[in-house]
Ligand binder design. Structure first.
Ligand code: FPP
Length: 237
């Protein structure tokens, strides 16, 4: 990483292109996901070393359950086996692991592995790694709305008490806003990723398929972020 660059506090990555990467090589989609995982692990470590404080990773959307059962089962098994093995090193480096998304209908084994990682790393003070699994941004806003409505019904809150802080406090995780969102594979969409948190994020869409997204590509993304003039709705400087 070049010196004197501003490192965004909260980076989001929409992991995309594993399937196309595999198809290009005549491999199975599963092979693409396995390779994608290896890259993901290395990028997590590199982002930690680079000083990123929060890293949100969109690895399985609510809509991904519509994929072929074979692929969904493969990904669920990959989550379980990798959470039990490969993540120890990341936690040993101080990362705190949290999850965003609905628990239903994730398999019991996946939920147990997730709970175990969250519990083991809850007192870690390093980079927060937020894995978005069975996640949808609209569903997060719906779930937040229901929690707040319930509190109003129970008399714990009045309508006038509801502020932007109230909304923030009822999201899945207590995270700062996203500064920078990277989506690999050349698709120019947000696809329901952290809609609330991405309000003032900068976006970057490299054409690289995720299994080819290296530490060097991550550096290039940070250089690009440094060229942006963030105004948050204010005047151009
Ligand atoms: C998108 O590529 C990728 C996914 C839906 C899965 C990403 C999951 C991993 C990299 C594994 C993560 C593992 C852990 C333990 C967190 P795609 O399949 O949509 O690719 P395509 O658009 O080219 O078909």
């Amino acid at each position: 990483m070049e010196k004197d660059l501003i490192i965004p506090t909260h980076v989001g990555i929409i992991v995309d292109g594993n399937g196309r990467w595999a198809q290009q090589r005549g491999l199975s989609r599963s092979a693409g996901h396995r390779e994608g995982f290896t890259r993901l692990k290395n990028i997590c470590i590199y982002a930690q070393e680079s000083g990123v404080k929060y890293l949100s990773l969109y690895v399985f959307s609510t809509e991904n359950f519509k994929r072929a059962k074979l692929e969904v089962d493969f990904l669920m098994n990959l989550f379980v086996s990798m959470f039990h093995t490969e993540f120890q090193e990341i936690m040993d480096r101080g990362a705190k692991i949290v999850f965003s998304g609905r628990r239903e209908p994730l398999p019991k084994e996946v939920l147990e592995a997730m709970d175990e990682m969250a519990e083991k790393s809850k007192n870690n003070t390093g980079t927060v790694l937020n894995f978005c699994i069975n996640y949808g941004g609209q569903t997060e806003i719906l779930d937040m709305t229901k929690k707040i409505a319930q509190e109003v019904l129970e008399g714990k809150l009045t309508i006038d008490d509801i502020t932007l802080d109230t909304l923030h406090d009822h999201l899945y995780q207590d995270l700062p806003p996203l500064d920078f969102v990277i989506r690999t594979s050349g698709e120019l969409r947000l696809s329901n990723f952290m809609l609330y948190q991405a309000s003032y994020a900068e976006f970057y869409f490299p054409k690289t398929y995720f299994p080819d997204f290296t530490e060097h590509d991550f550096d290039a993304a940070i250089v690009e972020f440094n060229k942006r003039n963030r105004r948050f709705g204010g005047n151009a400087s």
